[in-house]
Write a new protein. Structure first.
Length: 230
């Protein structure tokens, strides 16, 4: 990975498993190149099942364990769970403040998150997480946004240099993940509660990565919209 990417990375997902599906290979490469990668998972994922016998809070606890395991496979430094209700994530000041706080603490160079502008993005949590992420970039850089972060918590403002949107509406950047594709697949397979057909999921991941790589002349790839922030 080129030197221009050096610096901490903050990855924001609506649910446990979103980072691995969306950018698991890229995350593994950042970590492999000794960058501190940190996760924020916005919701508990407590409604992500078709099993009518499971208690939602038991599912939430299981999904946190799965997310920790997946993050460890990729070399992620920390995972923060905001524990908002699955399916009910809202673009509200309180959640934006929580993300702005984490940005000021982690001080990332790059943020990786959902593309909220993707047409026909059906899942409301994905839309909300993307908008919260981009809104928090502004809230983290100006000291009078959520002024208590500066005046009471003494957190200095921070400017993020780039936002990378995974599964984007517009593609202008790709990452060759051929050498870490096995890691991505292994990380996704940690999310056992979400996989009705683990071997089929692995095959689909490999096929999709190969098809994406073919567009860019490499064996396997992930694609992004790379937004440079002036």
């Amino acid at each position: 990975m080129p030197d221009e990417y050096l610096g901490p990375v903050l990855v924001i997902g609506a649910h446990p498993d979103d980072p691995e599906f969306g950018a698991g290979g890229t995350i593994a490469l950042f970590a492999q190149h000794h960058q501190a990668v940190h996760y924020v998972i916005c919701t508990k994922g407590n409604r992500g099942t078709k099993d009518r016998s499971i208690d939602p809070e038991d599912l939430a606890a299981q999904r946190e364990r799965e997310q920790q395991a997946a993050a460890a496979v990729l070399g992620v430094r920390s995972v923060t769970f905001l524990r908002q209700e699955d399916g009910s994530l809202q673009v509200v000041p309180g959640v934006r403040r929580d993300l702005a706080r984490l940005i000021r603490q982690v001080r990332p160079r790059v943020m990786i998150t959902h593309d909220p502008w993707r047409p026909y993005q059906m899942h409301p949590d994905h839309r909300a997480a993307g908008f919260l992420s981009t809104d928090s970039v502004i809230a983290a850089r100006d000291h009078l946004y959520h002024a208590e972060l500066y005046y009471e918590e003494h957190l200095e403002p921070h400017d993020i240099s780039e936002v990378w949107f995974y599964m984007p509406a517009e593609i202008d950047h790709f990452v060759d993940i051929g050498e870490v594709l096995d890691q991505k697949v292994a990380a996704v397979q940690c999310h056992a509660s979400q996989l009705r057909d683990p071997s089929g999921t692995a095959a689909r991941l490999r096929t999709r990565a190969a098809e994406t790589g073919h567009r860019h002349g490499v064996a396997a790839a992930e694609e992004f919209k790379r937004l440079r922030i002036p």
